[in-house]
Ligand binder design. Structure first.
Ligand SMILES: [Zn+2]
Length: 136
């Protein structure tokens, strides 16, 4: 390899870079001081984007009711609109979506338990009526 065309940069280990120079330059792509500046800038932009806090509703936002299926439907509707406006981070709205699903199952479960209890009560009343008027 023509030594003149080898990059003048150094590796992390302190040895001379074995890469070829870019045309008309004394350094390879990775050791080019001009590019290093652009890279540092890109890194700092990326760092800023990465460290930007997730969008969430303000802390003083009132709690939303979560008792009924209709409450959960209202919450999901709000969440979709907040997500569309960028007021909520997608990660936050994903969490809301997941928890809303769990909540719906719990609400449906307790609705079902209530229905079963009402049916048992009706059955007991029917049995008492039948005992009150015995068949002849
Ligand atoms: Zn190099």
């Amino acid at each position: 390899v023509d030594d003149q065309r080898r990059c003048e940069g150094q590796t992390k280990g302190g040895t001379r870079c074995k890469a070829r120079c870019q045309p008309g330059k004394a350094y390879c792509f990775f050791h080019d001081p001009e590019r290093a500046e652009a890279r540092a800038e890109a890194r700092s932009k990326g760092g800023k984007a990465r460290s930007k806090p997730a969008a969430v509703l303000p802390g003083e936002t009132a709690d939303t009711p979560l008792e009924s299926v209709d409450d959960v439907k209202a919450l999901l509707g709000q969440t979709i609109n907040q997500l569309r406006k960028g007021q909520l981070d997608p990660k936050v709205s994903n969490g809301i979506g997941y928890l809303a699903g769990v909540l719906l199952k719990a609400i449906e479960g307790s609705d079902l338990a209530r229905d079963v209890e009402a049916l048992k009560q009706q059955l007991r009343e029917l049995e008492e009526e039948q005992r009150a008027e015995p068949t002849r």
